[in-house]
Write a protein that binds this ligand. Structure first.
Ligand code: G3P
Length: 220
């Protein structure tokens, strides 16, 4: 089943009550169009959303630390307790060092959370796949928020990432991100060998978020 991961980022249109409303729309889309939607709200919104919808709720970031004297960190255990099913790691707006990515994946694994590691090019995809997250999401940062789909602007980074992951860790799923908005973007992402997309502004900033999601999934 096609995987559609909607990163709520810190947009006004996907914060607090708006986040809850958007998550409910995503649940409707998941059910009505037989796609697997995952919502990725801000950490403070995770609990309320996970109590309201049945689709998976991921965090936008997790730190690879356990219990103890840490301040301002997000632990995998706290995410799990709040109802999260997984977390993004190393998003280009929340970059980590490789060792921190590794620690974050381990922390999630121990807590029973799934992981999506974001990467910016084929080399980083390779390094990330070797750490065996559940998914890698390939997102060239220059295309994020641009409305120019990576699947059109730079298809080779997706195709080559898919090939690299097949060799290194074939069970790791590859997602395609950056500038994905329309059904044709999703379709070309799937044609390039990804199993779905990670997206944000094309849906969240749309005048009608439900319609934007419907266009995405029905045009594919
Ligand atoms: O995490 C999704 C992301 O960075 C892509 O953003 O706005 O280009 O869909 P956007």
């Amino acid at each position: 089943m096609t995987l559609i991961v909607l990163n709520f980022k810190c947009y006004r249109e996907s914060t607090g009550q708006e986040a809850l409303r958007l998550a409910e729309i995503c649940e409707d889309i998941s059910r009505d169009y037989a796609v697997q939607m995952v919502v990725v709200p801000q950490v403070a919104d995770i609990h309320a959303i996970s109590e309201t919808v049945k689709i998976p709720v991921y965090a936008q970031h997790v730190d690879g630390v356990g219990y103890g004297g840490f301040t301002g960190h997000v632990t995998a255990a706290s995410l799990k307790a709040a109802g999260a099913a997984g977390s993004l790691i190393n998003h280009s707006e929340r970059r980590l060092k490789l060792a921190e990515v590794d620690a974050a994946i381990s922390a999630c694994r121990n807590a029973g959370l799934e992981t999506i590691v974001c990467t910016n090019n084929v080399a980083v995809t390779r390094a990330s796949a070797a750490l065996e997250p559940d998914y890698v999401a390939v997102e060239p940062p220059e295309l994020i928020g641009s409305g120019i789909p990576v699947s059109k602007a730079n298809p080779s980074v997706i195709r080559d990432s898919v090939d690299a992951v097949k060799c290194i860790a074939p069970h790791v799923g590859v997602l395609c991100g950056a500038g994905i908005t329309h059904g044709e973007d999703l379709r070309s992402a799937l044609e390039l060998g990804s199993i779905g997309v990670l997206l944000a502004s094309g849906i969240i900033k749309a005048k009608d978020q439900r319609k934007a999601l419907e266009d995405l999934v029905t045009g594919a």
